[in-house]
Design a protein around this ligand. Structure first.
Ligand code: HEC
Ligand code: HEC
Ligand code: HEC
Ligand code: HEC
Ligand code: HEC
Ligand code: HEC
Ligand code: HEC
Ligand code: HEC
Ligand code: HEC
Length: 448
């Protein structure tokens, strides 16, 4: 984030300010002893000087935009916060000490204030700031978003408590902006477990990593986070799901674990060398421009249109070629957070392995936008068959394609239970039969 990198953030507060506060301090000390709270945290006089005015209910001001900015800070909450040993001035270093509180301050808007104040964190939390720069929220803010989260949206500097404390789930900062997802999560298998048992069950940041949040559909980070806690997932699925590793690649976990979710095929545009999802550069909107050319009627790309889109896209790029990698996923963010207990999970192979299977009736083409968030365009479902036939598609097959007919046949064998075990059995039998006959022949020879 360029805001956080501008020179000058390291500079200490103006000396003048210090002097004035020292003056205030001596004044204060003349009348009051330092306040001590039950938790034995003592605030220094400069902080108390600020709080003398600011620990008042209803203190507020208007921004230039006309919004109300509340200005009350609770001394008690601050004294028991993780920042109790940090001075107000460490973060508020640009107040004009002579005029402050007497002359109206100028704050252009609440949003600008929040973003500007978040720049101060870097002097003490370099690691978090460095990580945060690569998140989808930071990318959105760089792109001019007023709605994405920055440090102060998720942390109240005056009341922040230790992350080791288990707060009630509705206090998770994400809930305010992702309300629908929060509501779904709160009622799913993890939300209920979190309420019942606390820290062992995941909260938003256990899966999304608050300072490393990437667009959800990008990469495998979320799947990996599931497997970090559910270490046995791969072997336990392997017991009934052939090639579970391949299924985990091609089917996102919520597809089976949110039983009522609607499913669809996502054709991700990835680079043909590293297999990574392609990311649109800021200011160079190739995806939307070329889609518009290919799909003039905006009804979804048909087979020919998709092929010409891909051809144009690759002609237009200097990097590795774009190919498609298919994945089954759920259709909305809410559905991704409606995970159920295992007895309700999807186990019926036919839901996917059958001609005309529902999950394959909706198809989208996606690429990552400049902020990492998914850009989508719909594609006609018939396209799936032709893609696999021409080899444009990597590591995925679709119902109705040439490959699926073979797979369906394999599947029937798997279902009948005659594929793996019996073959091994048969082979062993044959080997042993040969050996037995050899031995028999040898012993016959000996006898004769
Ligand atoms: C004499 C009372 C008083 C003292 C002491 C005081 N403030 Fe204020 N402060 C105010 C008032 C009044 C406003 C609102 C000004 C307005 O209405 O425009 C304000 C506004 C603010 C604002 C928001 C506007 C801005 O300029 O950023 C911040 C932040 C702030 N004070 C922090 C502090 C800090 C930190 C200290 C101690 C170093 C402090 N104040 C000391 C009275 C005071
Ligand atoms: C660790 C950094 C930090 C410390 C220490 C700190 N503040 Fe703040 N303060 C902030 C940030 C960040 C904001 C902006 C919050 C937002 O987005 O509105 C803020 C906002 C404010 C505001 C505006 C009202 C509000 O809550 O947004 C006042 C008033 C204020 N601080 C006073 C104080 C006083 C008084 C102290 C010392 C007792 C203090 N601050 C200590 C970081 C800090
Ligand atoms: C989208 C919300 C969000 C944003 C934005 C965010 N944080 Fe956090 N942060 C969290 C959550 C949630 C935790 C608690 C993690 C946990 O429980 O382990 C946390 C933990 C922390 C911690 C304590 C644990 C640690 O990792 O060191 C610090 C310090 C911190 N954040 C600072 C920052 C700073 C500085 C920024 C801005 C660069 C920032 N955060 C931006 C949500 C956020
Ligand atoms: C002058 C230094 C300083 C600045 C500036 C500062 N912090 Fe802190 N912060 C601290 C200290 C010291 C702690 C206590 C750390 C500890 O004891 O592990 C802390 C703790 C935290 C924690 C809780 C960490 C935990 O382990 O639970 C969060 C969250 C946090 N700060 C967020 C912020 C945010 C957001 C900003 C910017 C608005 C900010 N801090 C600015 C010094 C600072
Ligand atoms: C200040 C508001 C705000 C807060 C707080 C916030 N977010 Fe966001 N977040 C947004 C906005 C706006 C977007 C972009 C719109 C969207 O995708 O919903 C976004 C996008 C995201 C995305 C990418 C969505 C995609 O397209 O894949 C994820 C993941 C995300 N947030 C997770 C979180 C998590 C987890 C937290 C809490 C640790 C959090 N957010 C806190 C506003 C916020
Ligand atoms: C093809 C559907 C399908 C996919 C894909 C799938 N699961 Fe499952 N999963 C199931 C079914 C069905 C069960 C219940 C198995 C049983 O009856 O024991 C289950 C059981 C589980 C359990 C319960 C304990 C256990 O290991 O048996 C966990 C945890 C789990 N899955 C996590 C995951 C994770 C994490 C992913 C993604 C990496 C995933 N699942 C992908 C269908 C699926
Ligand atoms: C158990 C892990 C887990 C937890 C807990 C979790 N998420 Fe997610 N989240 C996911 C998965 C998986 C996806 C979907 C990824 C995909 O497309 O395959 C997702 C997707 C998202 C998206 C993108 C939605 C979209 O429109 O594409 C947002 C935003 C989001 N989560 C926010 C949150 C918030 C806020 C919370 C807490 C209330 C939360 N998540 C809790 C795993 C989790
Ligand atoms: C922080 C650890 C953690 C993460 C991350 C996590 N889970 Fe869980 N999960 C749990 C706990 C704890 C439970 C409840 C106890 C149990 O059944 O194992 C649970 C329960 C489940 C269950 C129900 C199991 C049953 O026995 O009925 C499923 C399914 C599941 N998780 C899937 C997932 C998926 C999919 C993801 C990733 C999107 C994920 N989990 C991420 C900890 C986690
Ligand atoms: C949610 C949809 C879904 C369910 C349910 C499902 N599969 Fe699959 N399966 C797929 C997808 C998608 C692939 C394609 C993977 C690829 O080619 O990249 C696949 C691939 C396969 C393969 C080919 C593996 C290989 O090595 O190439 C077999 C065999 C298979 N599935 C058997 C089963 C069986 C048996 C079940 C039920 C126990 C089942 N599947 C349940 C979606 C599903």
């Amino acid at each position: 984030m360029k805001n956080l990198l501008k020179p000058g953030w390291l500079s200490l507060s103006p000396l003048k300010m210090k002097l004035v506060f020292t003056g205030l301090v001596s004044l204060m000390l003349a009348f009051t002893a330092p306040v001590t709270w039950a938790e034995e945290v003592e605030l220094d006089a400069p902080e108390l000087a600020c709080l003398k005015c600011h620990d008042k209910d209803g203190l507020k001001m208007k921004t230039q935009k006309g919004e109300v900015l509340p200005l009350s800070i609770s001394t008690k909450a601050f004294a028991t916060s993780m920042h109790s040993k940090t001075s107000c001035e460490d973060c508020h270093d640009s107040l004009d000490e002579k005029e402050h509180g007497k002359v109206p301050s100028s704050v252009s808007s609440k949003r600008e204030f929040t973003v500007k104040m978040s720049d101060t964190c870097i002097s003490c939390h370099k690691e978090n700031v460095a990580l945060f720069k690569d998140t989808v929220h930071a990318a959105m803010i760089n792109g001019g978003s007023e709605k994405a989260a920055t440090c102060s949206d998720c942390h109240n500097s005056h009341t922040v408590t230790s992350v080791k404390l288990v707060a009630p789930i509705d206090q998770v900062p994400c809930a305010r902006c992702h309300e629908d997802i929060f509501k779904a999560y709160a009622k799913d298998v993890h939300g209920l477990e979190r309420v019942a048992k606390g820290k062992t069950a995941p909260l938003c940041n256990d899966c999304h990593s608050a300072h490393e949040i990437k667009a959800a559909a990008l990469g495998d980070a979320l799947k990996d986070s599931c497997i970090k806690c559910h270490k046995d997932a791969a072997p336990s699925h392997e017991k009934w799901l052939p090639n579970s590793a391949l299924h985990f690649e091609a089917v996102s976990c919520p597809v089976c674990h949110a039983p009522d979710a609607q499913r669809r095929v996502n054709l991700r545009m990835v680079d043909s060398v590293g297999g990574k999802q392609l990311l649109e550069k800021r200011g160079v909107p190739r995806f939307e421009r070329l889609i518009k050319t290919a799909d003039g009627k905006e009804v979804g790309l048909d087979e020919k249109e998709l092929h010409s889109f891909l051809k144009e896209f690759n002609l237009d790029s200097d990097g590795p070629k774009a190919i498609l990698s298919g994945r089954l996923e759920v259709r909305s963010g809410v559905q991704a957070h409606q995970l159920s207990e295992k007895s309700k999970a999807l186990k019926d192979c036919k839901v996917c392995h059958q001609y005309g299977a529902t999950p394959f009736q909706t198809v989208v083409l996606t690429m990552a936008g400049p902020d990492g968030r998914t850009m989508r365009h719909s594609v006609e479902k018939e396209v799936l068959g032709s893609l696999t036939a021409t080899g444009t598609m990597k590591g995925f097959y679709a119902i109705g394609s040439t490959r699926i007919k073979l797979l369906d046949y394999l599947l029937v064998l798997v279902l009948l239970g005659v594929l793996c075990v019996p073959i091994a059995h048969l082979t062993a039998n044959r080997l042993f039969k040969a050996k037995r006959e050899q031995l028999k022949a040898a012993s016959n020879k000996d006898q004769s």
